[in-house]
Design a protein around this ligand. Sequence first.
Ligand code: MRU
Length: 332
Amino acid sequence: MDVLRWIDPPDGPALLLLDQTRLPGEETVLVCRDVPAIVAAIKDLAVRGAPLLGIAAGYGVALAAALGEDVAAAARTLAGARPTAVNLARGAERVLRAHEEGRSALSEAHAIAAEEAEASARMATHGLELVPDGGRVLTHCNTGALAAGGDGTALGVVLAAHRAGRLKMLWVDETRPLLQGARLTAYEAARHGMPHTLLPDGAAASLFAAGEVDLVVLGADRIARDGSVANKVGTYSLAVLARHHGVPFVVVAPTSTVDLTARTGADIPIELRDPGEVTTIAGQPTAPLGSPVYNPAFDVTPGELVTAIVTERGVISPVNEGTLAALGDRLR
Ligand code: MRU
């Protein structure tokens, strides 16, 4: 089933989205016929993951153009649907610019999708070199086809390692509170026949202590100029653990996720989400009514804890302002 697809039947265009909130139990498709439907899908995490958010936002702007709506207003609304993944605003703005310059908004949206698919393939090739033979790899959140427009960022690298016969084990953090690891990464890993084991986030430390992790590979929502990496909350703790145990910590993200206008990690806006995501599970209360909640969707890992960043252009290591700046002017 397609994760995301643009259709244009006689009764009007629509963006089809695999509803990721229903996985792994149900594979259902959301039919988005207007921009508010796409914005709602983004806010609800029916569509998610930095590169895929950029693609969805691009198609959202194209949909506004096709419907003869206020395209600039649509781009603003889409860009503001979630704050942390820079791809979202970047995708919306890029398609808006094409439209304003008299180019086809839809062709530009298709171009973003094609570029991300190509980036996935290139990152897999570059990242594969960092996976040791018989590697036991730990990942967090979901960075596969459900997130990327291609085979994935970090999970694309893991898939390449699996196909090359190099993967001994993929340790999958469940990724509280919305369980992108359990619901989505375990689902993708199973479909690919990867050897994998799911663990509660809090169990990662004991795996490191037991010497069971050779490599951490995960994605990013925004990478600042100094190499700080915003990614799903829980990433920073894994980076600290990896440093303590001498395990390489590798971030895989396309250049569309690098934001050189964010000078440091402190410049990256971190999304705070609904307390209900922490105080309930499947609608059932799991905390006393009215418990105060801290529910950031992301955290920031300093570049000094990151062994390498893999982009579609190659491997950046060490990670610092100088090596990031070298990506420079050619960033989209
Ligand atoms: O809140 P989500 O599910 O959109 O968060 C996704 C992540 O944190 C991913 O690790 C990141 O977007 C990279 S996806 C290729």
